[in-house]
Design a protein around this ligand. Sequence first.
Ligand code: ADP
Ligand code: MG
Length: 700
Amino acid sequence: MSVDFLTQPVQFLKGVGPNRAQVLAESGVRTIGDLLAMVPRRYLDRSTVSRIQDLRPGSDPVTVIATVVATGTIPGRRGRKRFEVVLEDEPGRRMKAVWFQGVAWITRVIEKGHQLALHGKPSRYGGMMSFSHPDFDRVDEQGPSLETGRIIALYPGSTNLQKAGLTSRTFRKIIYELFREHGEHLGENLPDHLIQRYGLLEGRVARRAIHFPRSQDELKRAIYRLKFEELFFFQLMLATTQIKREQVPGQVVAEGGELVRRLREEILSFTLTSAQENALADIGKDLGSGRQMNRLLQGDVGSGKTVVAALAAVSVIDAGFQATVMAPTEILCEQHYRSLGRLLAPLGLRVGLLTGSTSTAERRELLAAVADGSCHLLVGTHAVIQEGVDFHRLALAVVDEQHRFGVMQRATLFDKGDRPHMLLMTATPIPRSLALTLYGDLHVSIMRERPPGRQPVTTRMVREKERERVYQMMGEEIARGNQCYVVFPLVEESEKLDLRDAVSGHESLSAEFPNVQVELIHGRMKAAEKEEAMARFVSGESAILVSTTVIEVGVDVPAATFMLIEHAERFGLSQLHQLRGRIGRGEHASTCILMAEYRQSEESRRRLQAMEETEDGFTISEIDMELRGAGDFFGTQQSGLPAFRIADLMTDQSILDEARDAAFALVREDAALTRTDHRAMKVWFDTFVKSRGVRLSRIG
Ligand code: ADP
Ligand code: MG
């Protein structure tokens, strides 16, 4: 495949001038490669065209091909006009198409005598069968070569594209010309052994067939091939990254010394779950391998990741090294500092805490202890760590709640001078296809199991009118010595309103429960104030914690057994799951109440229903992705999730698996991609990495 050809601007193609090139660029089509990768939004299959005389009102949408015999703009009420078209496919067989919107534009586009393919839902209107606002396309004047394809591609349309004359018909013409004149440049970019092994359609054929399919079967195979190719090159990038990383030397850490034994046997009050043991075994193997560890520990909320991190850290310290644990917020750092301190102090180990609020004097002393090795474990926010703290012998860096760190930050972490072993931990279970894409270059340990003896959390959606009853339940929990969270949403656009909600919620709860202490935490408070309030809740001094979503990650208070989530319909599903993960951590049964408005979208109703039905984070993440689409799964673009043009991570899991197997197997045999039969692929790959990889090659 000639990569040069594909990277040329579309402007040089027949039928595309500077004006159209400009409009195309606005919809992301700049190069010939972009144009070829433009996937038709729909195909009109002429073999399934219906005759007007066979149309039935209320049937599924159908396609009709007919000639315009009359058009007219008809005035309606309040000065609104509609545009009607009468069409005929056989003598005397007529139907109508009607537009109520975009009348001015449509009047210019459809003229008497045009032959149109229309796709719509038939209904009876004014004594005739009719489509209202059908998809349509002109099918005359296409030239004989385009007519032969029985399946016609329809392209994404926008007002701007239409204005520039870039209708589906024009697209077909431009792409047809492209193949006619330049087809020979479209060579193969996948090695033959892959084509054979996976039964793929040849590249050039697939690229043609997606625009001009000769049959449904060919179309299916073309789509498959192009999806495979797209996913393959992405996985190839992950595979080469992984291989490169695996060549980075790492400190050899011998397994299980005396400190580890004492931590397990004398300090921990429970036995580890087998999920925890398995994760530790993975980590132990990595630490002893002599190569840098790059492992992601994925465990649902409450699965007990902290202990795993503690044991990994102690085994490193046991071998004479230091470790660091980084977390995204000060509250989490504080908590880790306390809980890791409780585990490590009895072993005579020093744990330090370094955050934005550490005083200059403390900081100076602490950094000295880190530098001379007398501080064994440093807990801190990543901002502080990034400033280049000087360790005596750092061998392990644990990054908790890693999804909160941007992709770039992860890269910086990995590139840190000491090159410590990296253990990333996340409580956000993500669907497998996303994990393979986002973390596809990391080794992954998954902890599905939760520590034994946990009581399930009962989740129920309630309405405002049941509020009294909810408060009564809270009162009962508190009377039993348990604690409650009350959570308010915090949406940036309405930050002030949300804040007011939380503040007034705090007031009314204080009035409702005059005998207990009610804390309030929100994002506008000073870090120190937040920590004090949090500390009072953690110690059990206060019974209720009202907060905006700052408690979302990591907070661990086993006596908290009740959570009331206000305006639950405004939260995302995985966020709700994370929040709920704060309760059900002790041996008492817990309750989660989702207070929701009567009026909700269908989507939010399904979110809340999913919460009522399951506690399994992985199931929830799959539902979440289904509801939101893969691209939106993390809410922001900073997730680093690549935009695929043809493949869809939601539906193409099995193609992804094949493409991943293929890429990793290939790299195992030819790590540098220098084999002669990989030459064309390599050229293509280099361009691919250059165009998309700038950001991705730096994924940690
Ligand atoms: P997360 O994975 O969400 O970070 P934590 O590490 O905070 O979870 O652990 C949640 C709670 O479970 C803590 O109170 C911890 O002490 C407890 N825990 C961890 N492992 C076990 C175990 N094997 N058996 C019983 N309790 C455990
Ligand atoms: Mg945690």
